[in-house]
Design a protein around this ligand. Sequence first.
Ligand code: ARG
Length: 486
Amino acid sequence: MYRSRLGSDLSDVTLDYVSSINEDLQIALYDILGSEAHTLMLYEQQIITKNDAKKIISALESLKNEKFDILSGAEDIHELIETLVIKKAGMASGGKMHTARSRNDQVALDIRMKIRDDINIVCNSLLDTIEALVSLAKNHQKTIMPLYTHLQQAQVGLFSHYLLAQADVLFRDFDRLYTTFSHVNQSPLGAGPVGGTSIAIDRHSTAKMLGFDSVIENSLDATSTRDFVAEYVAMIAILMTNLSRISEDFVIWSTSEFSFIELSDEFTSPSSVMPQKKNPDILELTRGKTSEVIGNLTAILTTIKGLASGYGRDLQQIKSSIWSTSKISISALLILKSILLTLHVNEKEMKKATESSYLIALDIAEKLVQNEIPFRTSHKITGALVQLAHKSNKSLIKLNMKEIITIAKETKTNPDLIMKIIQSTTITSSLKERKSFGSSGYDEQKRMIEDRTKKINSYRINITKRNNDILKVLDHLSDKINELIK
Ligand code: ARG
């Protein structure tokens, strides 16, 4: 349709190469809404007549249920929709729809509308997953487990503390996406191909009709920037790396060697040959799909970095990376939520793991500190105690007075004090005494759970309002349209 100055049509191979129609199905509805707002504005600005507007908008309305034919020969959804509008409304009216805009501002508009919806969906899914983490944490405030550094047992902790840590990570993902939304929700519509238009359009009016917070002012910037895409995908890439780390923990903890957790059957896969297998494929796929999202981010950044100013067709290629990023993250969150809600936690095994090691070493050292021994000295004493116990393959509490005296002598400490501290330090006592803000001590769990529960609610209110604001504006647009075409 656009080949006014071009002699010949594209061959099938070239058309297939150049066409984005497949990817564009995801933005068809946004394209229709954008075209409706644009047409209303053209009418309100007296650029087209009421009759023209009525015909164009009626045609657009009928396309809302259209199953678009991807083999129509159109290069993209913008061309296809315009062709169909002209077919339905006639050239005299339909041919006016594309007045004072370009596919360059149009496609930027559609992508922004799609991403802003996706952000709201991801944010809601994040809150659902956070809620599942906090509700599981509520049930495991007394579930003792080792905390790891270097995947080596480090300190004794609580499963709730682990889960709340993951909740906080996801809250930050929410915050990042919530901010990104404001960079996305700016209207490029009416920027034209690159430099604006001589026709007396009203860009603020279309922005308002479509629920944008503002217009993206400079027409060159509006049509050619995709920094908002890179930002969105980067935020999701970070989110996915966070989900991938949780997945890795759960994969490790569901091995028979750890046996800390058992995934519900619906989130595991069998082996084609080994009948006993229960593999954590779903979580492994979260790790695998994270790589895909990171790849999407790389594809987007490398597409943008070498582009001269103004729109370039390279930008067409980044759309599938956006869609795939959204789909992966939403599914990953939904699945993780269900995994958490159906997880079997092997409390006994978790606790047992803390007993076979010297996890209370730091707690003993800190008790020595509380008896006026410098930390460096108490570190040395406790290290020597662990070494001694380890050599004779026993726990610290089994060390006898003779053994303790040798260490006390070397460090000029009172052996009775050391003995008393060893005897009174257990895994539970250490969790009771751990009081620092945000620690894995018992008391902190309750406080953090209450605080995070409130936080979920206030975040939920914000995201629901944001979503409803858009829905309200689009309802208003639909009322305006019905009024016009009735
Ligand atoms: N299909 C194109 C895309 O997705 C639409 C914009 C084409 N603009 C152009 N001047 N060729 O980016």
